[in-house]
Ligand binder design. Structure first.
Ligand SMILES: Cc1ncc(CNC=O)c(N)n1
Length: 214
């Protein structure tokens, strides 16, 4: 199901996973002020993403019928704990003071979307599809920066490894499998909604990368 949707929305998926900012990290031409802007905004995003994932965790425990779903999501939540610590150390490395960073419009809109996804009327299959999309865009984007022939600056490989590593890729595949299993049993209405939510995630991710332009 998900691969069919990605094929249908291929140009949007490519825009989200091969954005100029990501390509500039890979080819080494990245503007460091763009990187700092992204770092500050992403730190704020991740703080909003934690309650969303916690909500997914609760639903995985109650609604999934598969004990392994909860373990997969718990793994994701645990890595967000490390991630917040990583952001703090990157913030001091780059001289970005998160306490003064103001959430930009694209970030606020993404947060509002995450909040809407936490409503009990949103089906588990739809939430899982959104969750997969959010994680997969970062995995694909940063793995690209580590791929053959990259000229990624050494000081940025930490960021790329965080989401581009093989463990994160495996975790995204687990989330995708959960979403696919849920979509197999979903109603026609839920399928329409899940596709729409996936498209909106991709649009939010493109707008998020766009903030790095300053
Ligand atoms: C805007 C955005 N999308 C996805 C991720 C990846 N998930 C958790 O870190 C992220 N950090 N930021």
């Amino acid at each position: 199901m998900i691969d069919t949707w990605l094929d249908k929305h291929r140009s949007l998926y490519t825009a989200a996973t091969r954005h100029d900012f990501v390509v500039s990290i890979r080819d080494g031409s990245v503007d460091l002020s763009s990187f700092k802007t992204w770092l500050g905004q992403d730190y704020l995003f991740v703080r909003e993403f934690v309650p969303f994932v916690a909500n997914v965790l609760i639903r995985a425990g109650k609604e999934s019928g598969e004990t392994s779903d909860m373990e997969v999501v718990l793994g994701g939540l645990a890595s967000l704990n490390d991630e917040i610590e990583w952001f703090k150390s990157e913030g001091s490395k780059w001289g970005v003071d998160f306490s003064t960073v103001v959430s930009q419009k694209a970030n606020q809109e993404y947060s509002r979307f995450l909040e809407a996804m936490m409503g009990s009327e949103v089906e588990y299959s739809v939430v899982m599809t959104a969750f997969w999309g959010i994680e997969a865009v970062y995995q694909e984007s940063f793995a690209h920066c580590l791929g053959d022939g990259n000229k990624t600056p050494a000081e940025l490989t930490g960021a790329c490894n965080r989401w581009g590593n093989d463990g994160f890729r495996q975790y995204c595949l687990c989330v995708k499998n959960i979403a696919e299993r849920c979509l197999e049993n979903a109603s026609r209405e839920a399928l329409v909604e899940a596709e729409d939510v996936l498209v909106r995630v991709l649009e939010h991710e493109v707008a998020f990368w766009e903030m790095s332009r300053g």
